[in-house]
Design a protein around this ligand. Structure first.
Ligand code: SAM
Ligand code: SF4
Length: 326
């Protein structure tokens, strides 16, 4: 469907949980996290019912996220059900990869169309410090498992941060040299815990990569659901992408909405504008009523974020990234 600014909204990120088996410093506080109770989260039945309504309104692609989506029991059942909705063309997942060695095969059998794996460093100690868990080897094994299964849609998402991984970016880009994997550098957004950290700009990263890998060329093809701009490097099997929500704002072409684990339809990453769909589901509203509310809300999706403008404070969402899903 179209919103009031004529943007086609066809992509939805569904957060399955606010819990996680890691605790990345720029995403989740170490203590004092108030987690949702089991009953506060949407059940799979509720998610599937909503997904059918959203599909009827034009959503074609779904990304499962969290918290960590792979800690949810029976996620393969959910994936298969979402895949069986006729209008849904693609169901993909964003994961920290810890559980992929065990689950990759079943996820692929359930019909998942692609994996975004978040990986910010290849240094074991730095990984431990950043995520507060010494589990880098599981992530690497997870990527190897996907490659061994000939999975064709693998992306690695890395958030470049001065205080965390500046010396790791060249090595992470190396995945795209050796494998048909896209490595995307995602600009840090000033949300929640991220206020304590400093983003690294694309120009800095490109020049580091060119020093190691040679001259890059813009690549105009399209990969995935998002606003990444891609580059190819000599003899690389995969592409290098950049998603710059701050320095190269893409709100005019934003095609996405988000559903939080507790059923809030969120219309823009920065703002709390949206509607509590769990409330409607659990108050016996019929599909037609819910559809009408969703339609009215999507129509009113905010025009743009103002993360770059400190004077705009009204209506900001206080949710942290693990509560939204990225
Ligand atoms: N746990 C899963 C994972 O890590 O992929 C899914 C949820 S996580 C919130 C989704 C993505 O958001 C991750 O790639 C993470 O690096 C990214 N992220 C978290 N905080 C961010 C921030 N402030 N700015 C940009 N990306 C962020
Ligand atoms: Fe968990 Fe993903 Fe947030 Fe890290 S980025 S704490 S893995 S939700």
């Amino acid at each position: 469907m179209l919103d009031q600014f004529g943007r086609t909204i066809d992509y939805m990120r569904i957060s399955l949980t606010d819990r996680c088996n890691l605790c990345c410093k720029y995403c989740m506080p170490e203590t004092g996290v108030e987690q949702l109770g089991r009953k506060d989260m949407l059940s799979y039945e509720e998610i599937i019912r909503l997904a059918k309504i959203f599909a009827g309104l034009g959503i074609k692609k779904i990304k499962l996220t969290g918290g960590e989506p792979l800690i949810k029991l029976n996620i393969c059942h959910l994936i298969a059900e979402l895949k069986s909705i006729p209008q849904i063309e693609q169901v993909t997942i964003t994961t920290n990869g810890i559980l992929l060695p065990k689950m990759a095969k079943d996820l692929i059998s359930a019909g998942i169309d692609g994996f975004n794996i978040s990986l910010d460093t290849l240094d074991r100690e730095k990984f431990h410090q950043l995520t507060r868990h010494d589990q880098l080897s599981n992530v690497i094994q997870g990527i190897d498992t996907l490659l061994a299964l000939n999975c064709e849609n693998i992306k690695i998402n890395c958030v470049p941060i001065e205080e965390v991984n500046k010396d790791q970016l060249v090595a992470i880009a190396g995945f795209a040299q050796k494998h048909p994997i896209s490595v995307r550098f995602i600009e840090l957004m000033p949300i929640g815990m991220a206020h304590d950290f400093t983003a690294i700009e694309k120009t800095t990263i490109v020049s580091m990569l060119q020093k190691k890998y040679g001259k890059s060329f813009p690549w105009s093809g399209h990969l995935g659901n998002g606003p990444a701009t891609y580059y190819s490097f000599p003899r690389f099997k995969g592409k290098i992408g950049f998603i710059e929500a701050m320095h190269n704002k893409f709100c005019t072409t934003c095609n996405r909405i988000r559903l939080t684990a507790n059923g809030f339809l969120k219309l823009c990453l920065q703002y709390d504008k949206g509607v509590d769909l769990k409330d409607l589901l659990r108050n016996q509203k019929n599909d037609e009523d819910i559809r009408a509310v969703i339609e009215q809300n999507i129509y009113k999706k905010p025009q743009e974020h103002h993360f770059n403008d400190d004077s705009v404070v009204e209506g900001q969402d206080l949710r942290k990234m693990f509560q939204v899903g990225g």
